[in-house]
Every structure is written in C-alpha cells, then in structure tokens.
Design a protein around this ligand. Structure first.
Ligand SMILES: [Zn+2]
Length: 190
C-alpha cells in the first residue's frame, strides 16, 4: 500500500512535465530508443500522431497509407531541415502549436479531400524541433528513425481510436478529439 502511494505521488508530481508541451531529450546517447520513447513522453507529438489517425480513419485505405507515408516523410524532412539550423528552434515550437491548432480545425470540420494531407505535412515542425537540438549529435539518424517509428505506431493507434469513436461516439467523437488537440496546442503556447 505504502509503495502504491509513493508511485501515485510520483505520477502526480510528473503530471506537469507530461502536460508541458515539449520536454527535451534526456538520453540522446541512446539513439533509436531515445527517439522512440520521446513521442510517448510529451503530449504534443502524441496528440499530433494520434489525432492524424483519427482524422484519417474515415478516409479510404489508400489515403490512410498516404497519411502514414506523409507523416514519416514530413518528420524526416523536418529533422533534416532542423539539423541545418536554418530556422531558430523557437520557429519549430510555434510551428508545432500551429500544426496542433490546424489539426484541431480539420478534425472539427467535415472530411475534405486536401485538408488532411495539408495537416499531415505540418508534422514537419515536429521533426524540425528535434533536428535543431540534435544537430551536434552523432546519433541523430537513429534517433530520427526511432521517433518516426513511434509516431507511426501512434498514428495506427489513432486509426484504432477513430474506429472506436465511430462506433460509440459517432456524433461528437471527432469534436472531442479536436478540442483535446486544441487544448494541447494552447498549453504549448503558454
Ligand atoms: Zn519533442
């Protein structure tokens, strides 16, 4: 019991860190694993990938696959742009906020053909945020692959969540997800 209490308190103490839009990389030397775990530790990347899955659940399978490839491509492009230090890292942070707000907007609306793909391309900022901070690091390619893999898994989870929402909350499901994604975006602004 004592132990459970301790774990609970530790979890509570960790909440602000989880809600914080963008914790950095604690263990960059771990390469792939560090990149892989990162999207699970911050709400910004997680809500982006899961939200995209929910967004594309109603789309044709071909578009779901395009969304997945687009997500991976945008992330990698962002990483590469980030490592060049062309833009200040604050630009990527604001880009992440913009991507979340835009995602919330597209989730809120009825499905339209090109909007989801435009939203997917905004994942470029999520990659960029880390390319910048890791440019001096030898392991950034492994780290990038780790993060892309994790985002792909979260995207697939989003597709699954989309299926559940369709079944149990067909009216409000997407709007609830939209509101949550927008909330994470606003926390990121603060
Ligand atoms: Zn991050």
């Amino acid at each position: 019991m004592q132990k459970i209490n301790k774990v609970f308190i530790a979890l509570l103490a960790g909440l602000p860190a989880v809600a914080m839009a963008h914790p950095g990389h604690e263990f960059p030397e771990l390469g792939f694993l560090s990149g892989f775990f990162h999207p699970f530790t911050g709400l910004d990347h997680m809500s982006m990938a899961v939200g995209l899955g929910v967004l594309l659940y109603n789309a044709k399978q071909r578009w779901q696959l395009t969304g997945l490839l687009g997500l991976a491509f945008s992330l990698m492009l962002g990483f590469i742009v980030g490592t060049q230090n062309w833009l200040a890292s604050s630009a990527a942070e604001y880009g992440i906020v913009a991507s979340l707000l835009f995602l919330a907007y597209t989730l809120w609306r009825k499905q339209e053909s090109l909007l989801p793909m435009a939203t997917v391309s905004l994942a470029v900022f999520h990659g960029m945020a880390h390319g910048t901070e890791l440019s001096g690091h030898g392991h950034w390619a492994a780290l990038m692959l780790g993060m892309v893999s994790a985002m792909a898994i979260l995207y697939a989870a989003g597709l699954g969540l989309g299926a559940l929402l369709q079944r149990f909350l067909p009216q409000q499901g997407r709007k609830i997800v939209a509101a949550l994604v927008a909330l994470v975006g606003f926390i990121g602004l603060a």
